[in-house]
Design a protein. Structure first.
Length: 367
């Protein structure tokens, strides 16, 4: 253990002495939140999944759902009528949901035949960080407009309201933050370790390390501990700034810290594994970019997975960063511990496999 700590301290001093290290750990996620959050908030989806809880047993709700389905913009899925909508959204990590109230048909009848006043309102629950949100709201609005026209040809009787999420109200940055954290974990761990391994091989440092008492696993674990501490500090700082600037409602949970540790373990190991095939620092940077940047855009950090074509969704399922991002979002936004632990388990299995492979395949004595 003393060898691991000694190597971690020595490595940390050198890493933090370089400006690029602290920049990517602390400034990079903050810049992503401030800049890229706005860039990737557009609507670009044709058809989205829209779970619907229909509490009304009258004809008008069925007519409305037929109109909504006829827009071709949404695929309607039923939510059990006996489910608590807020709990159901959290338990299933739903980005969208529509609730038709129990008095939908009677309310319209009252307005049509009993000279009632007011409107009957639907409720949309949504994750505003996803491009699917705008599509769903547009489809609901279009269907309401068509229904109102057919009911009165003039006075609107039906309206809708929106609600962001389940039990709590979240803004866009709440949903964007977990993806930024996941990207920060990957860029710091994977990019740094790939370059470090390439440089160590190029300059013969591994051969020197082979003459010391520290072994490959201990050397790798020391890097894992350092990056875990660094990235946890980055998360706390980014979260604090987000709370102050954007009034975020996300929560830092124990599972979120474990996910960061698992992500650091995975990408540190992956960086060392890439060192098996990389011969120089320039190649190391190229390989890290070739692997890292596709993961950024296919892991649900910027674009929601359900907005991608099906074949890209299949690709996303084999990308480890996807499970880190989804796990962080499950625990920090939805408070869905069960789903977060499932993502953590997948991430941990991949990390152990990559760690064992990196420890076995990397040769420090190679000339």
């Amino acid at each position: 253990m003393s060898r691991i700590l000694a190597d971690m301290v020595a490595f940390g001093k050198g890493y933090l002495r370089n400006v690029s290290g602290p920049f990517f750990a602390f400034a990079f996620p903050i810049l992503l939140i401030l800049i890229f959050g706005a860039i990737f908030s557009g609507d670009n989806v044709a058809t989205v999944s829209l779970p619907v809880q229909n509490l009304d047993d009258g004809p008008y709700s069925e007519v409305y759902l037929e109109i909504l389905d006829g827009t071709g913009l949404v695929d309607i899925e039923a939510i059990p009528v006996n489910a608590d909508i807020n709990e159901y959204i959290d338990d299933n990590s739903l980005p969208l949901a529509l609730v038709i109230p129990a008095d939908f048909t009677t309310g319209i009848d009252d307005l049509l035949y009993a000279n009632g006043t007011g409107q009957v309102s639907l409720t949309i629950y949504g994750d505003p960080s996803r491009s699917t949100y705008g599509v769903a709201v547009g489809a609901v609005d279009a269907a309401i407009t068509y229904l109102n026209y057919n009911l009165t040809e003039a006075e609107p009787l039906v309206s809708y309201q929106v609600s962001q999420g389940g039990a709590e109200e979240f803004n866009y940055m709440d949903f964007f933050l977990p993806g930024v954290v996941g990207i920060t974990v990957m860029t710091n761990s994977l990019f740094a370790m790939t370059s470090i391994c390439a440089e160590y091989r190029n300059r013969g440092y591994f051969r020197l390390l082979a003459t010391t008492k520290i072994n490959k696993s201990e050397w790798l674990i020391s890097k894992f501990i350092f990056f875990t501490v660094l990235l946890v500090a980055s998360l706390v700082m980014t979260y604090a700034i987000g709370r102050a600037v954007f009034d975020m409602e996300t929560t830092l949970t124990p599972i979120s810290f474990v996910l960061i540790a698992a992500g650091a373990f995975l990408f540190v190991s992956m960086g060392m594994l890439l060192g098996v095939i990389i011969r120089d620092p320039e190649s190391g940077a190229a390989v890290a970019n070739a692997i890292g940047f596709p993961m950024m855009f296919l892991s649900g950090a910027f674009f929601p997975l359900d907005s991608m074509p099906e074949y890209l969704q299949l690709v996303a399922k084999v990308i480890p960063l996807t499970y880190l991002n989804e796990g962080l979002r499950d625990t920090m936004v939805y408070s869905n511990s069960e789903s977060a632990l499932l993502n953590l388990a997948v991430l941990a299995v991949i990390a152990v496999v990559v760690f064992v492979a990196a420890s076995k395949l990397m040769s420090w004595k190679e000339k």
